[in-house]
Design a protein around this ligand. Structure first.
Ligand code: GRF
Length: 215
């Protein structure tokens, strides 16, 4: 059985595109049913439509409008019989009530190795902190910002002359591989949450450390 995905975006949608591409493989256990954006001008809406996926703008006029926005969102998600909501560059906080209603059925990708560098400008934060490994995280969504049980992470080296943009590109290409892999685990029931931790049920072929500097 194929899990029915909704992908929520606010902009470019490159992670959304990576998910759509993964779903084209015959053995992938999920299908993209709906792409929703809080912004009418999100480039990802056109990409989704070009890929044959229904894509809609749900109007959000500001903080006072959150309840109406979430009511519209819920109605749309339920009508489409969505099994899993994937946030992919979706730039709004969801209310505790919404998150609770969809508990363990919302996942997000964040461009840092959580719990380091929550919020915005994560690549700048990483460069300023001087970390030598940076990366991205896919996690179940809780009410707190960038909070929730971690499903998967990918690490990349921070190179001596890195700019924010160079580092962002390196992380982004890791995001595009990590997110579909994590969605697969979730929809196959192989990332159950126990004691607020996602316990992965999978064989790991080789536990190879990543060194920076190389050792
Ligand atoms: C990604 O870096 C994602 O981790 C973050 O916002 C960015 C969205 O990029 N949440 P895109 O819209 O998927 O290209």
């Amino acid at each position: 059985m194929s899990a029915r995905l909704a992908i929520l975006i606010s902009g470019r949608g490159s992670n959304m595109e990576a998910i759509l591409n993964a779903c084209r493989a015959a053995d992938y256990p999920a299908e993209p049913v709906l792409v929703l954006s809080d912004r009418a001008d999100a480039a990802g809406l056109d990409t989704a439509r070009a890929g044959g996926v229904a894509a809609e703008h749900i109007v959000h006029t500001g903080p006072k409008d959150r309840a109406a926005f979430e009511a519209a969102l819920t109605a749309r998600l339920k009508a489409a019989q969505i099994d899993l909501i994937c946030l992919a560059g979706f730039m709004r906080m969801l209310s505790a009530a919404f998150v609770e209603e969809w508990r363990d059925l919302i996942v997000n990708i964040h461009p840092s190795l959580l719990p380091s560098f929550k919020g915005l400008d994560t690549h700048r934060q990483a460069l300023e902190a001087g970390v030598k490994l940076h990366g991205c995280t896919v996690h179940y969504v809780r009410a707190g910002m960038d909070d929730g049980p971690i499903i998967g992470q990918a690490a990349v080296p921070v190179l001596p002359d890195d700019t924010e943009d160079a580092l962002a590109m390196r992380v982004l290409s890791a995001e595009h591989r990590l997110y579909p892999a994590c969605i697969r685990l979730v929809v196959e029931g192989r990332a159950p949450v126990r004691s607020n931790v996602a316990a992965l049920e999978m064989a790991v072929p080789a536990a190879v450390p990543i060194f920076m500097p190389p050792a």
